[in-house]
Write a protein that binds this ligand. Structure first.
Ligand code: DHE
Length: 547
């Protein structure tokens, strides 16, 4: 393990303001590359950022998706027609079929193929001044309610309406829409503070928003744009620091930014550009993937995707201007993950290496690296207390139809610890699973499959008995609702699970509420406002890490 003390953001300064020379070629076209006008370059850069950068990287050096530099494309013998075919049809490995889906037109695909055969443009950087200027407080802390206006607030759901840049707040008890909050472009996840009162959103535009669940009509009370591209946010959860700080993990510029937890005032930021854990070569685009807050110490666990390192960021002395980081070498490319049942171990997918990395947050060290199936994608995973295997944590896969359940109790169930104790098989061909979920009060493990090429499987929800692992039922999205089934989430008591039906932006869709005992569809939440619903987060379950 390596340690580093980051005082007052000094390490960040050079990297984040661009005084470190980038090796990116900014020329608009190189010899032999198809020409692009300035306007086309601008348009293509935007499409690339919106649709491609998440997997292939801003600098196109590859991560979850392969590198897309002109040199590599040429080396693989991919000419413009071949590249167009990839963009149109997608691949079984998880690349979306942008053309077939109607997301990109033929002209846009042609533009993107030409863009890729040119060197990547130099991505913009964001100054600390710009960050500070973007900070807005809508309701100061002293003007906020002193107690919760609604007794059901812990059973509220935040629902991401991705492509319209909004978050719907729904009362999970009455199923009434309470508010639609303007959050920012393509919100990715929601998380709550330790008390649950505050719900935070983070979007692909790097904008963080905090919503106060104690208000009669829950609404945003502050916002700030801390980077150009981000996927993760969490708060300080250790005893004595509840609701005190928030931290955003940025994709671009690669960094993390610490904020005041209640009003999002920016405190400090640090670059995460570092060295690949294995080759020790420098990687400028070392992005922050998932973040969780430790329950043992004032620490955040940050997963540095490209570098393959897990950073333990100590926030105890943030007020004194110091952030200490312990770096654990793990595996590439770190992505999403969740706690085991005891909340001592954090399990995170190194998705392109088909591995799950286990971090012991009590001992602050790597506990294990477990081989699983092709392209694991746990979301936060699902925890089961099993009579035979003991506590197990399960993940689905994008690249195959199996779900892997890993034993997480090295003391009482040593035989199964840190290996796949049980494989569960989904019906049909191919993978495409993104999220699985369960609840301590439910008998079932629920799995979606939105990335499977088969339209029927995309619209199916698979319900397994969580002890026998048998498939109990396959639920289907009703025919009159367009879109794919995605992201199961239970209500507070575990008596219902909710599913988003993820359609195109121009098609109103729905949120399906199933009875978690009878598996009957008990309510369809719909309306013109239900556009591109993706992740849903129940306040209580998110606050208590119940999944
Ligand atoms: Fe996600 C979690 C990154 C595509 C919906 N997604 C995460 C996390 C990361 C991540 C790092 C973990 C955050 C945490 O726990 O702190 N996701 C990425 C990508 O880089 C990727 C592959 C491509 C991209 O450009 O974004 C990607 N993700 C998607 C989607 O296409 C989804 C389905 C819809 C969308 O918003 O684009 C999607 N990701 C989600 C959701 C979660 C998530 C709903 C949180 C799951 C949870 O239950 O915690």
């Amino acid at each position: 393990m390596r340690a580093r003390k980051l005082a007052g953001g000094l390490i960040s300064a050079a990297l984040l303001t661009g005084t470190v020379a980038l090796t990116v070629n900014t020329a608009l076209a190189e010899e032999g590359a198809p020409p692009l006008t300035k306007e086309e370059m601008k348009k293509a850069s935007k499409i690339y950022f919106d649709r491609c950068a998440g997997c292939h990287g801003m600098l196109r050096k590859g991560a979850t998706g392969p590198a897309l530099t002109p040199e590599r494309l040429k080396k693989r013998g991919l000419n413009i027609e071949a590249i167009k075919a990839f963009i149109y049809n997608g691949t079984p490995g998880g690349m979306p079929d942008w053309g077939k889906q109607g997301v990109l037109t033929k002209d846009e695909i042609d533009l993107m193929a030409r863009f890729l055969l040119n060197p990547p443009p130099n991505p913009p950087l964001l100054s600390w001044e710009q960050i500070k200027e973007s900070w807005k407080v809508y309701v100061p802390v002293e003007k906020r309610p002193k107690k919760a206006a609604n007794p059901n607030w812990q059973n509220f759901f935040g629902v991401i309406l991705r492509d319209v840049g909004k978050v719907a707040i729904i009362d999970g008890t009455t199923k009434k829409l309470l508010n639609i909050v303007d959050t920012g472009f393509a919100v990715h996840i929601l998380r709550t503070s330790a008390s649950g009162r505050y719900m935070y959103s983070i979007g692909r535009d790097g904008k963080a928003t905090v919503i106060d669940m104690w208000m009669k009509k829950p609404d945003k009370v502050a916002e700030i744009k801390v980077c150009y591209d981000a996927r993760s946010i969490d708060t300080s959860k250790y005893h004595g620091y509840e609701d005190k700080y928030a931290v955003v993990g940025c994709y671009w510029p690669p960094s993390f930014v610490i904020l005041d937890g209640k009003n999002l005032k920016p405190i400090t930021r640090h670059a995460t550009s570092d060295y690949y854990y294995d080759t020790k070569d420098f990687v400028r685009e070392a992005r922050v993937a998932s973040i969780v807050a430790s329950h043992y110490d004032p620490l955040w666990i940050l997963n540095i995707k490209e570098a393959g390192q897990v950073w333990l960021v100590d926030y105890e002395n943030v007020d004194k201007g110091t952030v200490s980081v312990d770096m654990i070498d793990a595996e590439r490319y770190l992505h999403d993950g969740g706690w085991d049942l005891s909340k001592r171990y954090f399990l995170v997918a190194a998705n392109m290496r088909n591995k799950i990395v286990v971090v012991d947050t009590k001992e602050k060290k790597l506990a294990a690296i477990v081989e699983v199936g092709t392209k694991p994608h746990p979301g936060r995973g699902a925890n089961i207390d099993h009579p035979k295997y003991g506590p197990i944590w399960c993940t689905g896969h994008i690249g195959e139809k199996r779900i892997a359940c890993i034993g997480t109790d090295p003391k009482k169930h040593k035989k199964y610890a840190w290996k796949v104790a049980k494989w569960i098989e989904m019906p049909g061909e191919g993978g495409g699973n993104l999220f699985i979920k369960t609840h301590p009060n439910s008998k079932y493990l629920i799995a979606d499959r939105p990335l499977n090429p088969d339209k029927n499987l995309q619209r199916s929800i698979f319900v397994f008995d969580k002890y026998s692992f048998k498939l109990v039922k396959t639920l289907k999205v009703p025919d009159d609702i367009p879109g794919r089934a995605v992201h199961p989430e239970f209500n507070k008591g575990g008596s219902e699970f909710w599913i988003s039906v993820w359609a195109r932006k121009d098609q109103p869709s729905a949120i399906l509420v199933y009875d978690a005992n009878t598996l009957k569809l008990k309510k369809v939440i719909k309306g013109d406002w239900v556009r591109t619903p993706t992740g849903k987060f129940n306040v209580y379950n998110t606050m208590k890490d119940i999944y």
